[in-house]
Structure formats: C-alpha cells, structure tokens
Design a protein around this ligand. Structure first.
Ligand SMILES: NC(=O)c1ccc[n+]([C@@H]2O[C@H](COP(=O)([O-])OP(=O)(O)OC[C@H]3O[C@@H](n4cnc5c(N)ncnc54)[C@H](O)[C@@H]3O)[C@@H](O)[C@H]2O)c1
Length: 357
C-alpha cells in the first residue's frame, strides 16, 4: 500500500523511520501546511515532498494517508482524505470530539474506505502478553484496574507544546488514549464514567525551541481523576495530569479475583509484565524490540488487503474518544455520563502473521 504522510512535525520522523520495517507499505510523499517542513523531512527520509497537502491528496498513486497533523486538524484532514478516496491511519486522538468525526466515519464506510488510529502500543509484545495472561484466566475474573500518567506537561521538551493545551489536548486526550486503549483491549467496552477535573495553571509558557518564552492560554482540564464502569462489571480509576511536579511512576494494573496483572507502560513498546498469582509475584521478561510506532498502520494495510478488521481501528479509537469526551463532560457537569458506543476487543496479534515481517 502506497502511503502519503500529512504533517511533518516531531513524530513524523519516527513514522518515516519505522514504516521501512514493513514491506507491505511504502511512503511515496509527504506534505505539510509549512512547505519547508515537508521539504526538509523528505530530504532526510528520501521521499518526495509535495508543495501542499491538497496536492498530495490529488495523487492517484497514494492509497493511504497517514495523518500526523495536530489534534485540532485530525478530523478535517481525515475528512479530506476520505473525500479523495484514500484509506486513513492517523495519530491520536481520532478527533477533538465524537461529533466532529462521526460524519466522516459514515462517509468512509459508504465508500468502502478504512480508517484507523493510533495508539498502537497495545500491539506491543508486553501488552499482548498481558492480554494472553488475562484471557487465560491467570488473575481470575477482572474486578478493577488502575491507570495513571502524571507529569508537569509537555512544554519541557516540545517546541510547539501549546497545541497540547487546546481542545483535543490536555493530559486525557493526549496520554489517555494509550492507557484507555489498553484497558479496552483487556476489559472491553466502557459503559459509563464519572470524573473530577481541574486546571492548576490557566497560562503556561513554551520553554524550548524558537518560540521559547511565549505564553499561551490553557483551554482544557490539566488534571483528570476518572472512574470507569465497564460492560463486564469491572471498574477502573484513571488519573491523567499535566499538573504534577516530580517523578511519579506510571501505572497500569488489572486486579482480578485470583491475582494482579502489572502491565508495561503503554506510552511505549517495551517493558516486562508482572503477575501476582498463587501467593507470589513473578516478573515475565519481554524481549525489547524498540519503538514500533506504525505497526497499527501496517496492520491496517494488511487488513485492507486480506479483508479482515484492522486492530487499531476507527471503532476502537472512536470508543476511546467517546470515553475521554464523557470524562471531560462528567467533570464539567459533575455527573455520571453514559458512553453510547460498544467495541469488540481487537483480535490478539499472532506471531505467525506474515505481514509482521
Ligand atoms: N511528538 C510526539 O512525541 C508524539 C508522540 C505520539 C503522538 N504524537 C501525536 O502526533 C501528532 C503530531 O504531533 P507532533 O509532535 O508531530 O506535532 P508537531 O506540531 O511537531 O507537528 C505537526 C505538524 O502538522 C502540520 N499541520 C498542521 N495542520 C496541518 C494540515 N491541516 N495539513 C498538513 N499539515 C498540517 C504542522 O504544520 C506541523 O508541522 C499529534 O496528534 C500528537 O498527539 C506526537
């Protein structure tokens, strides 16, 4: 499948490097609103630079658009790519709200085009091992879970971090997808949520890059404490924050009737799995395979070719988007909010799948 990349920022280099691993995809061209970014990125990775995003969408030799723009542009770029007859795989979140992307997903389905979305870290060896242990009943029946990612925010390292503080950003919409996608992959659909949300700083400052020193307004909650009820009856507490100072370990644990599963940090592809069962905790070593970001796109390409559902699918990312939207609303309105969509857990990844290379 021939791929065109839209958005040549920080993360594009990871995709352009990693997608070379997968023989079933090849990047043909890149484009960005800022043409010089497309030109310099293309030069580094040996692909063609287009002078405009529209020009890339007009090309007949591109089958799939990889949408690496900022969250606020995700829905619009995906809609244009579907209009142009391309499959789409994009960075998270799928959109800034469920309503924003719903018509595009309907249009894609009508046109027979497939949409997929990051994160794909739930396909990492560690998360897949956790899924297998859970499905084999090693911790009995899951009762609850805890997930947390707490930091002081992305301005410490990202030169254009202000986008993380607009609608579609915040710790929940930015980091939440990693943790929530793993929770849904393990525990299934979320039925309803409640939350307390807050914002410690209403103004922040960029600290690295050309714009260092520039202040910007914070439009989204930057600390979210959420409670999820899954269709299975299990529950989870979720804490996502840009308001925490200090080095706080990230956590993703599943508590079952017979034991506890300690999952690796889903904000990456490495990490071992811990299991507490039969009165002892064991650490299961998982062979590290580096950053595999893009594996979800390669899986989608194989899914289109072989007519099976993609794993990092629109259905999964839409459900996660709905959960995040519901958590923000629950916090703002101080009430329990129902989640309408349901999703089937993705089929576990098998080492025998030829497309893995
Ligand atoms: N930076 C990371 O480490 C990281 C990690 C995981 C996921 N992501 C996600 O990847 C996405 C991009 O992040 P980034 O860090 O690369 O951002 P960035 O700001 O570095 O780059 C985004 C690029 O998209 C371009 N762009 C914006 N609107 C566009 C449009 N309509 N058409 C074409 N180009 C457009 C911008 O000009 C910019 O070059 C975000 O959704 C982010 O959440 C980033």
């Amino acid at each position: 499948m021939r791929v065109g990349v839209l958005g040549c920022g920080v993360i594009s280099h990871t995709y352009l490097t990693n997608l070379r691993r997968y023989p079933q995809v090849s990047v043909v061209a890149v484009a960005d609103l800022v043409t010089e970014r497309a030109t310099s990125t293309a030069a580094v990775h040996g692909v063609e630079a287009m002078t405009s995003p529209a020009g890339l969408l007009e090309r007949d030799d591109i089958d799939l658009v990889c949408n690496l723009t900022v969250p606020q542009a995700h829905a619009d770029v995906t809609a244009r790519a579907i209009d142009a007859g391309k499959h789409v795989y994009g960075e998270k979140p799928l959109a800034v709200s469920p309503a924003e992307i719903t018509p595009t997903l309907a249009a894609a389905a009508t046109a027979g085009l497939v949409v997929g979305c990051a994160p794909d870290t739930f396909l990492s060896p560690g998360q897949q091992l956790a899924r297998r242990l859970l499905d084999e009943g090693r911790i009995g029946t899951p009762v609850s879970a805890a997930a947390s990612w707490l930091s002081r925010g992305h301005e410490s390292w990202h030169p254009a971090a202000d986008f993380y503080y607009r609608a579609g950003g915040g710790p929940l919409f930015d980091m939440g997808p990693y943790y929530l996608t793993v929770l849904v992959n393990l525990l299934g659909s979320v039925l309803q949520v409640s939350a307390v949300t807050s914002t410690a700083w209403t103004t922040r400052m960029l600290v690295v890059g050309d714009r260092a020193g520039e202040h910007f307004a914070v439009d989204v909650p930057t600390h979210v404490s959420g409670l999820l009820l899954f269709e299975s009856g299990a529950s989870a507490t979720v804490q996502m924050s840009f308001d925490v100072t200090g080095d706080v370990p990230r956590r993703l644990e599943i508590y079952g009737t017979e034991g506890t599963l300690y999952c690796p940090d889903p904000n990456g592809f490495d990490g071992d799995v811990g299991v507490y069962a039969d009165g002892e905790r064991r650490q299961l070593t998982v062979a590290a395979d580096g950053d595999q970001r893009g594996i979800g796109l390669a899986d989608l390409a194989d899914a289109v070719r072989s007519g099976r559902p993609a794993r990092a699918s629109a259905a999964l990312s839409f459900h996660v988007l709905e959960v995040m939207d519901a958590l923000h609303r629950a916090g703002a309105e101080r009430r329990v909010v129902d989640v309408a969509s349901r999703v089937t857990r993705p089929v576990p990844l098998s080492p025998d799948e030829g497309w893995l290379g």
